[in-house]
Ligand binder design. Structure first.
Ligand code: IPE
Ligand code: IPE
Ligand code: MG
Length: 236
């Protein structure tokens, strides 16, 4: 009998390698970002189709502000374009959008669009698409600590009653289950400040494939690999 393939409930992806994809073709880096946006659409569509419930995509890190101004501008433009075009598609396909990260540093126009789409799609149930924008795990954890300190001062919580469950309520990912599978494209063996708290027991899959080349076939390969893993969570 054929064994049923386990579909991860939550997949998180470090979408890396856009610049190298363009460089290989003697094109400016931004062409890689443009092609990468197509992968975002294809991977979202396919995750929804196969029954993934949460998809988190690392799109812009707190460290990515170090990049040249023109590249940052291009990425923000691409994001605006993406939000404009995706709005209808998300609504039509019952997909909820959620953004994690420090939104206040993003261009005002983008903040407004995010708020609007988050509001319109908040009751959608097929898939939750989580975009990590100006996201850094250290920033997220520090932000949680500051808000906990405030709530202790206001007597809303007691300092000696802080549990893992309570702490998670202060993270950007509150109410989102931890990722089952973390994918990083382009071969880099590092986490780059992504979801440090949440990936404590996540299975990691690194592929040399560059993000613009990461499409349906590559996604299924990662899921088959995930199916070979034995998750013990510290037990035997
Ligand atoms: C990932 O691709 C996209 C973002 C970080 C915004 P890169 O732009 O990091 O591509 P490489 O790593 O330089 O190839
Ligand atoms: C990680 O990629 C951030 C995103 C994918 C948004 P980077 O290209 O910024 O990471 P490093 O610099 O290689 O660690
Ligand atoms: Mg990179």
């Amino acid at each position: 009998m054929k064994k049923k393939v386990k579909i991860p409930q939550h997949i998180a992806i470090i979408m890396d390698g856009n610049g190298r994809w363009a460089k290989k073709r003697n094109l400016p880096r931004v062409f890689g970002h443009k092609e990468g946006a197509k992968s975002v659409r294809e991977i979202t569509k396919n995750c929804a189709k196969i029954g993934v419930k949460y998809l988190t995509l690392y799109a812009f890190s707190t460290e990515n502000w170090k990049r040249p101004e023109n590249e940052i501008k291009f990425l923000m433009g691409l994001l605006k374009n993406y939000l404009d075009k995706e709005k209808k598609i998300l609504i039509k396909n019952n997909i909820r959008l959620k953004v994690i990260g420090n939104k206040t540093k993003l261009p005002l126009e983008i903040i407004k669009k995010i708020k609007e789409i988050e509001r319109i799609t908040k009751n959608n149930t097929l898939l939750t698409l989580i975009l990590a924008l100006n996201y850094g795990a250290r920033d997220e954890i520090l932000n949680a600590v500051k808000n906990i300190a405030k709530d202790i001062k206001r007597n809303k919580i007691e300092g000696n009653k802080i549990t893992e469950n309570l702490f998670e309520k202060y993270l950007y990912t509150k109410d989102v289950p931890d990722p089952d599978l973390l994918i990083r494209t382009s071969g880099e063996m590092r986490i780059s400040n992504f979801l440090l708290w949440q990936i404590a027991y996540t299975e990691i899959y690194v592929t040399k494939t560059l993000w613009p080349d990461f499409r349906k076939k590559e996604l299924l390969k990662a899921i088959y690999d995930f199916n070979k893993r034995e998750r013990r969570f510290g037990g035997i």
